[in-house]
Design a protein around this ligand. Structure first.
Ligand SMILES: [Zn+2]
Length: 198
């Protein structure tokens, strides 16, 4: 009846549907910091270009999260030179899904931020990067993969339910992602379908 992507499973903080590439950019969550929110981002390197790869075939964004980006490969990269960042998950334009940090660990995606009065969102959130831009719609397959992943996270970490937010919401002065083209209503509808079908 439904053609939606099946809900993946999470075992010991790892999503079974994602390719695993271990980022060095993480640390332990502080004690008593339960996973309580999901933060959606967009990223593209260089900005507004998709799918570009470094010489060894590694996607630029993956290279960034693995500290393998050649800062001299593009003028923009010099503006972020030395950045040590990560996200738990990255969803490419074609739906490819990669996990870089175990959900039980703290990824470095939010920066200075606050959610519902609580600072340091990295401590208690899961960060999901979509390959995208503030100026272009996301792909249907990205929404499908994202919705299935969120349903899996809700199941494994129930405190995240109803705490789905965007980077621009938790760091409004600094950040604009995931941007105006990101369709929250569509996403919420797709997540609800998963949960109701489960
Ligand atoms: Zn962001």
């Amino acid at each position: 009846m439904s053609t939606q992507t099946a809900i993946p499973k999470i075992y010991d903080g790892k999503l079974d549907s994602a390719e695993w590439l271990a980022s060095p950019n993480f640390n332990e969550r502080p004690k008593n910091s339960d996973i309580q929110a999901i933060v959606i981002h967009n990223i593209s390197l260089p900005p507004d270009e998709f799918g570009a790869v470094v010489k060894n075939g590694l996607h630029y964004v993956k290279a960034l999260f693995l500290n393998q980006l050649d800062w001299n490969a593009h003028p923009y990269f010099l503006t972020i030179k030395g950045a040590e960042v990560s996200a738990h998950l990255f969803i490419e334009r074609d739906g490819q899904l990669t996990q870089f940090v175990n959900f039980n660990d703290r990824a470095w995606h939010a920066g200075r931020s606050s959610y519902l009065g609580r600072a340091e969102c990295n401590d208690f959130s899961i960060g999901i990067e979509l390959e995208g831009s503030d100026f272009m719609p996301f792909t249907d397959i990205q929404y499908e993969v994202l919705a299935s992943v969120i349903a899996a996270i809700y199941e494994a970490y129930p405190k995240t339910r109803r705490h789905l937010t965007g980077h621009s919401d938790i760091a409004p002065i600094r950040k604009t992602d995931p941007g105006e083209y990101f369709d929250w209503q569509k996403l919420r509808g797709m997540v609800a379908q998963h949960i109701n079908a489960d």
